[in-house]
Ligand binder design. Structure first.
Ligand SMILES: [Zn+2]
Length: 219
């Protein structure tokens, strides 16, 4: 697999889309001018060439294939904490934990910072326990990937299993519930391939660090 070293191509793709969308709106507002030749416009981000799939970081479970990684890249994940640019993330996926590795990344942010959907999501499971605290398990519309959000301070009001949530929409708020240090609010964010033959939320983890294509900056 080719090694993907720079987010420049995806950033270019997003910038390109912004420019094209701006062109689209200015065309729409043009009163009574010459008829414009229709041009191909991207209807969604998925229509914009994305470049090669980024290389994964750290160990990869044998149950995760190259096709899975390509599919994850196509999802164009958004950093799931508002105001956190991709460039400021730290990869602690392989940090040692009791019984193995961390298998997720921690995104530090002030308590009550908005936690947003990294992908278009279906909320699959809401749970509270001593380790993850207040957590969300969600999956993408194709049910290929599972996204796990832990240590939330609370959910967005009214969040319910079965909700469909658009990428970038708020689902909860950063906190320290579960076993998070009380003075270190953060989001523990994990991506998994959906499990088959056992609980759907218990599949092999994939390091999301290289897969964020979009920032979730403050509006
Ligand atoms: Zn963590």
């Amino acid at each position: 697999m080719s090694v993907w070293r720079s987010p420049a191509r995806s950033a270019t793709a997003v910038a390109l889309l912004s420019v094209l969308m701006a062109c689209s709106s200015s065309r729409a507002g043009r009163p009574g001018g010459d008829p414009l030749r229709p041009i191909a416009m991207p209807s969604t981000l998925a229509d914009v060439p994305l470049g090669p799939t980024p290389a994964h970081v750290g160990p990869l479970d044998a149950r995760v294939s190259e096709e899975d990684l390509d599919a994850l890249w196509q999802r164009q994940l958004m950093v799931p904490v508002e105001g956190i640019p991709r460039g400021s993330l730290r990869d602690n996926y392989t940090a040692k934990r009791a019984g193995g590795i961390h298998g997720a990344i921690d995104i530090l942010a002030p308590r009550y910072t908005a936690v947003v959907a990294a992908d278009d999501l279906v909320i699959g499971r809401l749970f509270s326990g001593p380790v993850g605290g207040i957590v969300v398990y969600a999956y993408d519309p194709a049910q290929r990937f599972v996204y796990y959000y832990a240590h939330l301070e609370r959910y967005r009001q009214g969040l319910t299993v079965g909700d469909r949530v658009a990428k970038g929409s708020v689902i909860g708020y950063v906190g320290t519930t579960g076993n998070a240090p009380p003075d270190t609010p953060h989001l523990h964010f994990q991506v998994m391939k959906r499990a088959v033959g056992r609980a759907w939320w218990d599949g092999p983890a994939i390091n999301p660090f290289s897969f964020f294509a979009l920032d979730a900056l403050r509006p």
